[in-house]
Structures are given as C-alpha cells and as structure tokens.
Write a protein that binds this ligand. Sequence first.
Ligand SMILES: Cc1cc2nc3c(=O)[nH]c(=O)nc-3n(C[C@H](O)[C@H](O)[C@H](O)COP(=O)(O)OP(=O)(O)OC[C@H]3O[C@@H](n4cnc5c(N)ncnc54)[C@H](O)[C@@H]3O)c2cc1C
Length: 551
Amino acid sequence: MPSERVSSVLIVGAGPVGLTLALDLARRGIEVAIIEQRRKGDAPDPKCNHVSSRSMEVFRRLGVAAKLRNAGLPEDYPHAIAYRTAFTGRECGRIHIPCRRDRFTDRTGADSNWPTPELPHRVNQLMLEPILFDYVAATPRVKIYNRVELVSFSQGEDQVTAVGRDLDTGEVQSYSARYLIGCDGARSTVRRGLGIKLEGDGEFMRVQATFIRAPQLIAQQQHERAWMTYSLNPKWNGNVIAIDGRERWMIFNYLRPDQFDFDAVDRDGSIRAILGVGPDFTYEVVSKQDWIGRRLIAEAFRDRRIFLAGDAAHLWAPLAGYGMNAGIADAMNLSWLLAAHLNGWAPAAILDAYEAERWPITEQVSHLAMSQAEEETRRRSAVPANILDEGVEGEQARAEAGRVACETNIKQFAAAGLNFGYFYDSSPLIAYDGSAHPTYTLGTFTSSTVPGCRVPHLWFDDGRSLYDALGPEYTLLRFDPSLDVGPLATAAQKRGFPLTVLDVVSREAAALYSTKLVLARPDQHVAWRGDDLPGDSLRLIDHLRGALAQS
Ligand SMILES: Cc1cc2nc3c(=O)[nH]c(=O)nc-3n(C[C@H](O)[C@H](O)[C@H](O)COP(=O)(O)OP(=O)(O)OC[C@H]3O[C@@H](n4cnc5c(N)ncnc54)[C@H](O)[C@@H]3O)c2cc1C
C-alpha cells in the first residue's frame, strides 16, 4: 500500500455538504482531505433547487455567494411558483418571488423583506456543485481525491484511519486524520460502518420524477414563466421545475396511494397531462430520478472521532427544500467546533455540542417538512372536478383552487421559520439566562437575542450588514461604547479564545437588541447576553469553550 495520506480532517463525500464543510474548515486553518467516488466534473443528480437564505449567508462568508447568485436561471426568469391547470394551461394562482436581476430591488416577493443580506436563491445542484467544487479545488489547505471510494475505516485513541480504493486502477490507499466526517449521502458507508441506524417514519409518498429536455416547451405557456409550476389536474398531480430556463425540466408526478409501482404508472401519459401537451409534442428523457418520501434521522450523529453530516445523518421529503440546507447548517456547526479544538483553544469536550445542538433541530425540521408534505397531499387530493370547465363555475373553481394552493404552500416557499427561527436550547456551550425561546413554525419566527437564537441581523447606519462585520470567530456586540469590556477580552486572551469587540451603530438596534452586550458565536447564534459583563469573565469563557462541561 502506498504511504499514508495525512490530514487533520478527512471528509468522505464531495457533495454540497462535504464541499462546504471543507471550505469553512480550511478558512479556519485546518488541513482537509476529501475522498469522493465521482470523477472531477461528473454531474450530480439534479436534486436540490432551493438554496436557503441561511445557506446563502454561509456562502457569502465563504466568498461564493456572488458566483452562485449569478448561476441558474436566466437573470430575468421569475423564481415564482405558479399553480395552473397544466404547465401550458390556465393559471389559478402564483406566489411571487422575483428573478435574480430584481432580487434586491423588488420588495414585493413573498420573502423580499427578510432580515438578511442574502435572500434565498433558486439554482439546481447541477450548477451549484461545480461552483463549490472549483472553490474547494482552489483552496490551498484542501486536497480532493476523486474516483476514490471509501471501503473501510477504523478509529483509535488519537486518530482515524480509512482505506480508499481508486475506482479506475483498483489501487488501495490509506488515509489518516484526527477526525473523519461522513458526508457521503443517503447510503452512507460511514454511517453503516459505524452501525448507526436510521429511525423515523418509513415511506409516505412516491414520486415519479423525470428529467427531460424540451426546448420548445417554454414558448407554449399562456402565462409568465415560473421557476416551479404545479398542475392542478384531477387525474395527474404534478409539477415542473425549470432547471436552466431554456430546455431542461424536471417533472414530478405525485403518485396516488394506490400507485406504488413506479414502472406500472404511465410515465409518458402523466408527463403529457402535467405539461398539457398532445401526442405530437416531442421531448427527450435525460434520466429518471424517481424518489420515495421518508423521514429518517440517524440515531446518533457521532461515534468518538467520526461524525455524520448532511444526508448521511438525515433524510426527508424535499418539502420546503431543506435537505441540503440542513446539511449545510450541520457543516457550519461542526466546522467551528472542530477548528476550535484542532486550533487548540477548546478541549475535545466542545465536540459534544454538535449532537446536542443539531440532533434536536434536525428532528424539528424533519417534522415540519413532514407535516407540510401531509398538508400538501390533502390539498392535492382535493382538486375540484370542474377545474377545467368553461364558464363562471370553472373560473370560480380555478380561483379557489389557486387560492388554497398558494395559502397551503407559501410557508414552504417562504420558510422564514426554517431559516431564522430555530434555536439551540440544550447546548453545553451556551450561557442560558432563563428566558424562554420564541416559538417558530415553518413560515414564522421572532427575532430574539435569547441565548441559542440566531443573532438578529441589522444594517449599520453606514449601510453595512452586521453579518459582514462579524468576525469569523466570537464577536462581542457592544451597543453602549462606554461599557468597559476589558475583563472579558483579558479572560479570552488568557485562554487563547478568539474574540473581537464590535461597536454597533444602527438605528435598528433598539428594536432588536434588549441588552447592551450580546456575544455572537462563529455560527451567528447568541452565546451570551447581558447589560454588564458577568462577575467571573474567565468562567464564562471556559463555559463557551466547553471546558466546564469537561470537569
Ligand atoms: C427531488 C429532490 C429535490 C430536492 N430539493 C432540495 C432543495 O430544493 N433544497 C435542499 O436543501 N435540498 C433538496 N434536496 C435534498 C438534497 O439534494 C440533499 O439533501 C443533498 O444532496 C445532500 O447533500 P450531501 O452532500 O449530504 O449528500 P450527497 O449530495 O448525496 O453527496 C454525497 C457524496 O458522497 C459521495 N460518496 C458516497 N459514498 C461514498 C464512498 N463510499 N466513497 C466516496 N464517496 C462517496 C457521493 O458520490 C456524493 O458525491 C432534494 C432532494 C431530492 C431527491
């Protein structure tokens, strides 16, 4: 076996989660190796289309957001969701989300006024992944080994060793690292190798999904284009996603409970019904992407030196478009914890926070997606029989079906709660003060500085985003510049704990921040707040770096 390849962190899988994790770890000074079974440049399956606001905030910090924002649909292609009798049929309702050209100027979209410097984006994984890959490939601290499949791994007191096989030559290679992260997707070899089971709800929906090429389709619409178009049709319920805004489309046919055999369902007939086109219409099937809706979460996200993130740790139906986004949130959580330990300012106990924080959120998010799926299934089965009729009654049926569809779904297409509402309420690293966390739903949230919540975003009076001003590590936000924060800075210095102080000058602050000091973590969650420093600053610092949990 050739000599061992050594890194601090070994990531298995260069999907969106593994790539984002690698970028952030490298930015924090950590040497990373990634093994990925696909060839460099191999296209992923065209799965994910929605990049959440939170993920875009992450990509902004990593310097990738602008490039991603310019990828996907043409700049004038609306990111709206349309409900029609068929893709080429009559429109019943529409959720307005502006095209990327107007993303930050049109304030009338369903999510346009969210408190963030980065609104959500719609771009397919086919285009997103190569952009991330190129950034990672150009990052000096990361080495990507393509065409290498993880075959086995083991862990000892101080390190993890993995064996990878080159899929072209058959050659095996050993990799060692202090930590290994399984970002290897739904069928995760890492999760199975650890014997960690998936738990939750088994199959609850089946979707026949077909990726097609049909350049002539776009011109056959009677209405303005939309990123996603649902067909409200008593016979076939489906939707069409515009992948490149020109010729590539993903078509989902939601099967009824009695249609459990993918191949027994007339694929061509359902595609024509969803599109509303006749037998003369021609299209090319690029690939079949049938999927089954489940809600499954790994019973543990960690075994000593090995962690799971992304689809390796959780799977649910893509309602609210949050699978990858949840994985990116995992990566952002794990990244700073690992770096804190590997960079020497936190004990290994800090790593316990990963599961303590992410597992409960994953459980909550999976249930929110699941209940949206159930609500949407009920709506789909109640399409009025007269929706295609001419005359007043047909018009009324279409208007009512459109209204119900928009009302049922606006919360998944403008999921403010999923983006900004979740909080960590049982973390060993957060200094709670007894205040209750504000509840959130899929579509609603309340900005709050209760420790564990997302640091409320605001704009500085000089136009800067707070998130651009936050440092990469801990930042103490000071709303009263006369307050002496020297003792906390001294305590931080004593422990090598990276802390910067930021004086916030913003007219928005009074409405959002109720205390004079708020300590933001590297992942923009509130770690501590107060009007004065605590009596024992060193104890607070030790709490935040996991040193009290250890003793
Ligand atoms: C129809 C559909 C629509 C979706 N829409 C959205 C959406 O709008 N928004 C959203 O957030 N999510 C969406 N998702 C979910 C999203 O696609 C996934 O959550 C996301 O791809 C997970 O990323 P990942 O990096 O964890 O795993 P993956 O993307 O599965 O990547 C895993 C990587 O690991 C590699 N790998 C696997 N095993 C090995 C091995 N043994 N050795 C080496 N390499 C290995 C694979 O080749 C792959 O590159 C959707 C999913 C589906 C099915």
